[in-house]
Write a protein that binds this ligand. Structure first.
Ligand SMILES: [Zn+2]
Ligand SMILES: [Zn+2]
Length: 105
């Protein structure tokens, strides 16, 4: 299940589960849109993959009781994550991959 992380791993701004500005890579590394666009340039500094808008988990359990889904049953994570990479390292990774389409990385 997708880990709905509570913050941008780069600038630490809050990203609520319904934030339309949240971006993720395939490993769920999570960033805000400004960092994803202006700093990372669509390159996850950890895995090198592209970043896409994070899906928004619905608040309501529309299929309950057949299936128990939605934020009430699967709440967002409260564990804040922080990128382990230095700004210099991130800049190098971005420069290396930003001109390669994610499907070609
Ligand atoms: Zn950010
Ligand atoms: Zn990643």
């Amino acid at each position: 299940m997708l880990d709905l992380r509570p913050n941008c791993e780069l600038c630490d701004r809050d990203l609520a589960p319904d934030a339309t500005s949240a971006r993720i890579c395939s490993y769920e590394c999570t960033y805000c849109a400004p960092c994803a666009d202006a700093v990372l340039e669509n390159v996850c500094p950890t895995c090198g993959g592209g970043l896409t808008p994070r899906p928004i988990r619905p608040r309501q359990a529309y299929r309950h009781p057949d299936i128990s889904l939605g934020l009430g049953f699967h709440p967002a994570s409260a564990t804040r994550k922080h990128s382990r990479w230095s700004r210099e390292d991130i800049a190098a990774m971005t420069a290396r991959l930003k001109n390669v389409a994610p499907e070609d990385r």
